[in-house]
Design a protein around this ligand. Structure first.
Ligand code: FAD
Length: 400
């Protein structure tokens, strides 16, 4: 077993870390005050080749792996989870297309967006006001009309929506079939597609979310991805992959919280010595370090599995919730270790704490991750022989 990164992976990780150090970390606090899309930083990330990593080479992309993506997400998440979300959102938006679209469709709809001089954006449109965790409740509807589909409905909380040129939309083609009636479409920005309310948030203010409204939006029939009714399957396969990306951003946040507070614990003196010498603080730092290491390994393992086409629903759920919970815990502990300074907006820790909270919510809440993982565990254990058999009167005990 080899835990090291290949030379190519290490170079990419180092490049993303150097980018973060130069373009993200020094500006994140200031940019957050603007509460808007960090256009200049995203432009630089695009020029540095840190976007759209997973688009296959046949469709004009770099064709990198999910593990590569997690390296960039961890590095940029270390600097600012909001900016990392803005940079990496195309991964989420285009993943259903990479999974379900033909090379021809990718060349027509995605290639022009990734190879220009400026970054262009996709947006992943699943959530609705009445359909959050329950994707089967999606009410946005697509109806076939000759060579076109007509879309009507409203999505909310859609990241990068105001910037997007292409919307990956989950819409019902047969509402009575619930999840089995969901289909996925590529919807270019057109007159039937409008941006509604911009969402206000407690953290990750360096990313933008909005409502997307479809009013008789007409799209050619070749904008259907896969077949009608395959939307839910494609959505689940997408999230199996992209959850590792969120876990990676969370690992970056957890590492940053550790680094900032450990640095502080070395230099802050109380009772005549550095506070890091107090066991109460030292043990907190040790727990934080352990959470970072476990998050990183779970994340890379989930990505490694996906890159080998090994079913990873359970492992990507483990990675997402463990890393997100760890980021939240580490950020909270970092604020505690830094005392009043930790709570001050001039220091990065209060932002880390606000940013981390979202990691437990988007791309499937951490409760939903446990729901996904427990389903797999129960299925896997249904026929499990542990070697322990209770006998009554010489016979196997009845099932309770
Ligand atoms: C900043 C931000 C960015 C986002 N970006 C996007 C995006 O780009 N595209 C997109 O489509 N969506 C996006 N979302 C939506 C996000 O994925 C949803 O918010 C999330 O899936 C939860 O849905 P909900 O908010 O409706 O909560 P609900 O589903 O209403 O959940 C409310 C609470 O109930 C719990 N719960 C629900 N079902 C269960 C269950 N079966 N078992 C146990 N507990 C349960 C949840 O865990 C949660 O605690 C974004 C959200 C935010 C906040």
């Amino acid at each position: 077993m080899d835990f090291s990164l290949s030379e190519k992976e290490q170079k990419l990780f180092d490049r993303a870390k150097a980018f973060t150090r130069e373009h993200i970390t020094p500006k994140a606090l200031e940019l957050e005050k603007r509460n808007e899309f960090p256009k200049e930083v995203v432009q630089k990330a695009f020029e540095a080749g840190l976007m759209n990593l997973h688009i296959p080479t046949e469709a004009g992309g770099p064709g990198l792996t999910l593990l590569d993506e997690t390296l960039v997400s961890e590095a940029t998440g270390y600097g600012c989870a909001g900016i990392a979300t803005s940079i990496m959102c195309n991964n989420l938006a285009f993943a259903p297309l990479v999974i379900g679209a033909t090379t021809e469709q990718l060349k027509t709809y995605v290639e022009p967006l990734i190879n220009g001089k400026e970054p262009r954006f996709g947006a992943f449109c699943l959530t609705e006001r009445k359909a959050g965790s329950d994707a089967g409740a999606v009410a946005t509807h697509a109806e076939r009309d000759g060579d076109e589909y007509i879309l009507n409905g409203m999505k909310c909380w859609i990241t990068n929506a105001p910037q997007a040129s292409l919307f990956t939309v989950f819409a019902s083609t047969q509402p009575e079939l619930k999840t089995k009636g969901l289909s996925v479409f590529m919807v270019p920005k057109s007159k039937g597609v409008k941006i509604g309310h911009i969402e206000n948030k407690m953290g990750q203010k360096n990313s933008v979310q909005a409502e997307v409204i479809f009013e008789d939006a007409r799209i050619p029939k070749d904008c259907l991805v896969g077949k009608e009714g395959e939307g839910f399957k494609i959505a689940m396969k997408t999230l199996d992959k992209t959850r590792a990306g969120i876990a990676a951003i969370a690992t970056g946040v957890a590492q940053r919280a550790l680094d900032e507070s450990a640095k502080f614990a070395n230099i802050r003196h109380q009772f005549g010595q550095a506070i890091g010498n107090f066991q109460g603080i030292g043990f907190m730092l040790a727990d934080m370090g352990c959470r970072v290491a476990a998050s990183r390994q779970l994340t890379r393992y989930a990505a490694w599995m996906a890159d080998r086409d090994i079913r990873n629903s359970k492992d990507s759920a483990f990675a997402k919730w463990f890393a997100a919970d760890s980021a939240m815990q580490n950020a909270t502990d970092a604020v505690q270790i830094m005392g009043g300074y930790g709570y001050a907006s001039e220091y990065p820790t209060e932002k880390l704490m606000r940013d981390a909270k979202l990691l437990q919510i988007y791309e499937g809440t951490n409760q939903v991750q446990r729901f996904v993982a427990s389903g797999v565990i129960l299925r896997e254990s249904a026929n499990l022989d542990t070697g322990f058999h209770v006998k009554y009167d010489g016979k196997d005990a009845p099932v309770m």
